[in-house]
Design a protein around this ligand. Sequence first.
Ligand code: ATP
Ligand code: MG
Length: 255
Amino acid sequence: MTTLLEAKGVFLNYGAIPVLKNIDLELIQGERLVIIGPNGAGKTTLFKVLSGELPPTKGAVRMGDDDVSRHTGFRRVRRGVGRSFQVARVFLEMTVLDNVAVSVEARHGHEGRGAGFFRISTSPEVMDEAVGLLAHLGLSAQQNTLASELSHGDRKRLELAMILALRPRILMLDEPTAGMSPTDRAAAVDLIDRIVTENNITLILTEHDMGVVFQLGTRLSVLHYGELVVSGAPEEVRKNLLVREIYLGRNSRHD
Ligand SMILES: Nc1ncnc2c1ncn2[C@@H]1O[C@H](COP(=O)(O)OP(=O)(O)OP(=O)(O)O)[C@@H](O)[C@H]1O
Ligand SMILES: [Mg+2]
């Protein structure tokens, strides 16, 4: 079992307020780890620390033998971490195709062919790859649509295409189906399942919808007031009385 990403004794304070408390977490190659927990438990904050957007107040984040706690998000992308956001981040004024092309170009850039990060490409090679990714995600018909005109579900799919263009080994999804209709949600889950399997990606996600949690997760960890209180196979966690009490029985605004 190879550990791809590890948090060891991680604390994160916002000012004087402790949000993450002594988090130990290991992400094993090939697994699909779901972090669940009530609103405000610290799930997004944990993602920020794992993806390099925030340095921990104390403790370490490791990839392989390296302490990456102080590496920027950009450096972590280079090491294979791709992350989506609770509210999808895309370039609204650009077409769907150009959004993906920018990501493909960015990857080429940090593979050593130029230094630009956000650059619109005209290279046929880049455009072909972007077109292929859009087909992979079922967005071909929207190729020339402005991102600002996409539906909520399609915007999330576009964001996923942009992340996949970076060829991540680890995919971090923060509430990938939040705000979706049941139909869009089912389609999104099938898509994530397929993409992760086909591209051999290790997945870590947060999600409020319990159907999605149990469909996608191979391991669950419960975050409660900034502490990881329970971790295990989905069925074990479902049976855990503490989990029922703090989370499953008392659902949040998302349900
Ligand atoms: N930038 C910030 N500055 C100060 N406090 C913050 C900041 N971001 C989040 N918090 C607080 O930290 C706590 C954890 O927030 P976080 O967004 O990580 O929770 P979450 O588990 O992702 O919640 P949700 O399920 O609603 O997405 C909350 O009390 C929140 O108000
Ligand atoms: Mg959140």
